[in-house]
Design a protein around this ligand. Structure first.
Ligand SMILES: Cc1cc2nc3c(=O)[nH]c(=O)nc-3n(C[C@H](O)[C@H](O)[C@H](O)COP(=O)(O)OP(=O)(O)OC[C@H]3O[C@@H](n4cnc5c(N)ncnc54)[C@H](O)[C@@H]3O)c2cc1C
Ligand SMILES: NC(=O)c1ccc[n+]([C@@H]2O[C@H](COP(=O)([O-])OP(=O)(O)OC[C@H]3O[C@@H](n4cnc5c(N)ncnc54)[C@H](OP(=O)(O)O)[C@@H]3O)[C@@H](O)[C@H]2O)c1
Ligand SMILES: C/C(=C\Cc1cc(O)c2ccccc2c1O)CCC[C@H](C)CCC[C@H](C)CCCC(C)C
Length: 397
């Protein structure tokens, strides 16, 4: 009698989910029949979020940073379902999709990432623009086009959050809008980029200063209206007229995850073992922004693409090990450093004992991300385009 094929269901095709699926499909399945690998995502394309800003400056195009799954999964044997996950029954080992279909599984991978909470301040849901998904980037692009087409003397932009996203967006938008732009970066703490290495923070401050971005520290946003933002500084509230408010603060996990009957932290992230398994459910793996994970050395890992990318290797390996009766490996996080875009032709990079800023860092960041893009085929297409499109443009001018 033939054994039924093992079914692995991966929910979420971002840094955690897509890279787990790709790694799983590449592992050696000679001694065991290759399992059925199913990847589910609500979108038709993967988003390489570290390069999302480059859509706004038109430095990069959608196909480069957000390739469709149909292209990435060609010849991998991975089945792709485009649908929203609406519920997960972990007792029946069944996933419910919004298109009313159901999937059952032997192994489940939870990699649904996070969402931007817009309910932290009155008026943000209706009046602020988040920046996380490709749809967010398109909505923001549309708003910028309207503001630019109106041709006002000034375009007043408030960016809430002096973390990585806020700083990178401020620099890219200041370069896009130029002299007409009036930018405020609003940060509740007493410094921007609290968790960054000193070198990157200083490079970012210098870039923001040179572009005329005004930084409001120790300032809390208390309300956002259609044409204004109210800021509290030393217990005094000021309401300032603005044309655009971008909200970059916080990450929350989706309701489909918080509804699960498994151990979660205060922020709703699922507690995992160092092997990335959900407590009391060794058949379920969780990684990326929705996971609360201590690595093999007991260190808390941050919610970053760098972490999800590394966890994907371990998740794929551990599922393979579970199926082929081998020991599972605890996740060992290797912090390689961090990179930040600081406008068109500027960036900062600290990692592996190297500190770079300016156009060298810009180039190094581009190359490092080219290397991180999914599939060799896509890396080659993008790499060729970066190499040859400036030459073609120069010839055709
Ligand atoms: C603008 C920006 C820039 C960033 N830059 C960096 C950087 O330079 N370096 C870095 O390390 N980190 C960066 N990050 C953080 C990084 O993007 C996240 O930590 C990382 O994407 C987390 O990976 P993940 O797999 O958990 O989630 P994601 O990569 O977000 O993937 C989740 C996937 O699940 C899908 N999904 C969600 N809900 C459902 C549902 N109900 N049904 C079906 N599908 C669903 C989504 O469509 C998405 O494809 C950045 C984040 C942003 C927003
Ligand atoms: N280049 C990169 O490496 C990169 C780029 C983007 C994102 N990421 C990763 O993705 C995750 C999210 O990053 P993010 O920058 O999008 O968001 P974030 O880390 O949540 O940063 C938000 C910033 O806003 C501040 N803040 C919190 N509440 C506020 C309020 N009400 N008003 C004003 N400011 C407020 C935070 O201050 P406190 O810190 O004091 O709370 C923080 O400085 C992080 O793990 C980050 O490492 C990395
Ligand atoms: C800091 C580095 C990697 C960490 C890292 C950061 C991210 O934001 C990620 C996002 C998504 C997936 C993974 C990651 C991630 O791993 C890179 C370190 C790079 C080194 C310091 C060396 C760079 C060498 C250049 C490629 C060579 C170019 C030379 C230059 C033009 C002078």
């Amino acid at each position: 009698m033939t054994q039924p094929t093992t079914k692995i269901c991966i929910l979420g095709g971002g840094f955690g989910g897509l890279y787990t699926a790709l790694r799983l499909s590449q592992l050696p399945w000679e001694s065991t029949p290759k399992p059925e690998i199913i990847l589910v995502d609500q979108s038709d394309r993967f988003v390489f979020s570290p390069l999302l800003y480059e859509l706004l400056t038109r430095e990069l195009q959608t196909w480069e940073i957000a390739p469709p799954y149909s292209e990435l999964l060609q010849e991998t044997g991975i089945q792709f379902y485009q649908s929203t996950v609406s519920a997960i029954d972990i007792n029946q080992q069944r996933v419910q999709l919004a298109n009313k279909s159901e999937l059952n599984y032997d192994h489940l991978v939870l990699a649904l990432g996070g969402e931007t909470p817009l309910d932290l301040v009155p008026g943000a849901t209706d009046n602020a623009y988040p920046f996380r998904t490709i749809i967010d980037a398109y909505r923001l692009e549309e708003r910028l086009r309207i503001l630019e087409a109106k041709n006002p003397e000034k375009i007043r932009v408030a960016i809430v959050g002096g973390g990585y996203s806020g700083v990178e967006l401020a620099c890219k938008l200041a370069d896009r809008i130029g002299q007409k732009g009036r930018f405020r970066l609003i940060e509740v703490g007493d410094q921007i980029l609290r968790t960054s290495p000193e070198f990157n923070r200083e490079a970012a401050k210098k870039a923001l200063d040179s572009k005329g971005v005004f930084i409001d520290l120790e300032t809390k946003v208390v309300a956002i209206e259609k044409d204004s933002i109210s800021l509290e500084y030393k217990s005094q509230v000021d309401t300032i007229p603005v044309d655009l408010v971008i909200w970059t603060v916080g990450t929350k996990v989706s309701p489909v995850v918080t509804a699960l009957p498994v151990k979660q932290n205060q922020r709703g992230q699922i507690t995992t073992t160092p092997q990335l398994q959900v407590l009391e459910h060794p058949e379920i793996f969780a990684l990326g922004d929705l996971a609360d994970c201590l690595d093999a050395e007991g260190k808390q890992v941050p919610a970053t693409a760098q972490v999800a990318f590394q966890q994907a290797d371990y998740t794929a390996w551990n599922i393979w090990a579970a199926i082929t009766n081998r020991p599972l490996l605890p996740f060992r996080y290797q912090p390689l450093g961090e990179m930040m875009a600081l406008g068109i032709d500027n960036a900062t990079l600290t990692g592996l004992g190297v500190q770079l800023d300016g156009s060298f860092a810009y180039l190094a960041r581009r190359l490092a991300y080219l290397y991180r893009l999914p599939t060799l085929n896509h890396q080659l297409k993008v790499g060729f385009n970066w190499l040859f499109s400036p030459i073609i443009q120069a010839i055709s001018q």
